[in-house]
Write a protein that binds this ligand. Sequence first.
Ligand code: PEP
Ligand code: MG
Length: 582
Amino acid sequence: MLVKRGIAVSPGVVSGPAFVLGDDDARIARRFVRASAVDEEVDRFYAALETVCAEIAGNRELAAEQLGEQFGQIFSAHLDLARDPLLAAEIEDLIRQKSYSADYASSIALDRNAKRLRSLGNPYLAERATDVIDLKKRVLSRLNGEDRLALAKLTSPVIVLANNLTPSETAQLNREFVLGFATEAGGHTSHTAILAGALEIPAVVGLGRFLNDLSGGETVILDGNIGEVIIEPDEAAEEQYRDSQARFRSVAQRLESLSGLPAETQDGVRISLMGNIEFPEEADHCIERGADGVGLYRTEFLYLGQNQDPTEDDHFQAYSQVVSALNGRPVVIRTLDLGADKIPGSMEQLVHRGANPVLGLRSIRLSLQNLPLFKTQLRAILRAAIGHDVRIMFPLVSTLLEFRQAKMTIADVMEDLEEEGVPCARGLQIGMMVEVPAAVMMIEEFAREVDFFSIGTNDLIQYALAADRGDPSVANLYSSGDPSILRLIQRVVSAAQANDVPVSVCGQMSSDPRFVPLLVGMGLRQISVTPHVIPELKAVIRQLTIADAERIASQAMSFELARDVESFLNSELIKLCPDYLR
Ligand code: PEP
Ligand code: MG
């Protein structure tokens, strides 16, 4: 039995067979295949090699045709290497003799050959070692690509164990067969984690390396409440699993009954609880859970997992579906937050992947540099908004100039629509996400120009503490409870209040029941959260008084360390509502 602890990102307790996804990264896990599957694995290797050879032959022809025969020759050398029967036999032997997976056998055999070539002290042969490594990457990427394709074609329930899943892959997980997933990489607020919550698939991320030695098919228990994954559990663990699952179900049932009640404190202050959504279908989840509206619609997911950009009509259909489901309640549509980890296939060329993509061309920056893309979306929003309470929000605003340019683009689009005689909504509220520390420093100036603020703590924490939100090795630094984060939030709330600008928090911090009393105590009266946590947050808010919340906030603000803030908030939550906690 192997027990791993990671970051709990989507609740639920499940058990099922493992479906293991490797990565084509430099480090390949030492995985074995069952004796009965060895022939199949050998075939898989040869099929991958065949495809790689065809690819290289294609490159050779193209290079010879466009650049001249001497360039084509470069690929001929690669092709000879890929077709070397001794090399292929060495890999086949490792699969047959040691039951290694095709990925692992290819990885070690090709690494070994590259090393041999380098050790001969001949510069020409050392160059050839680079070709061997290139071949390794191609073969692994083929093998891995196949695994990933298999993920889309599941026919029975599994628990997916992967090094990482991209937001696009997660968005396409089949809920019928994926009982849960666990990844070695990822952090609490990575987009993969957020999607797990949206899709309501139990998930644990940031487990660190553990896929070594797994061959798939092992029994797995995944507890998305406490962030635990158990491989090949013993009797006692199985028993405990059944208890946790029963407990989880009974708490979930009790919480369900709260959906219809208002999120009102004991002393009668109404807190507006909005939902965060990524897909139009989630609008219904918001209503079922008793949300007061949609506080963050991450529209970029319309682009992910597609080969072609959505048309204006695709945008229009999606937005119309959401606003009509919300039936008069407010809907905050965030304009595209593409870039960084959210790059659709159609945009690979457009987005330069620099060394630090989260500091690169993403979000509003990308929209402002690609006006046709931005305007297509804005046209659809303005058309879909007629007769509804739709608000537009720009992501990742860093400077006043960006906000003004983005707002001006809306005015341009309205003018275009008017000239074309296309009906559109007018006078929509226009706000911004506050998720870049520079925007917090300029918050008073922004407050004079915006209709509302929404604090995006997921990115704000990442940029303020210089800690990647998806990197488990800095998860200790990445904390919503860090005193610096509390001060940044306080500053935004004070400026918003002083200027009568509505303010909300839509980062994952507000979906964590521990932080809700603190946020209310800091003066927030609106938050936007993952829909499935709404009943739980109602339970917390309905136990709270504003005086309590203010005491909690003032005490939390007095600590110097994140861990003291978090353990204090934890103990306050337990006192407040012990019955509902999972
Ligand atoms: C945030 O950064 O807090 C946020 C809500 O946006 P996203 O998670 O989509 O980056
Ligand atoms: Mg963000």
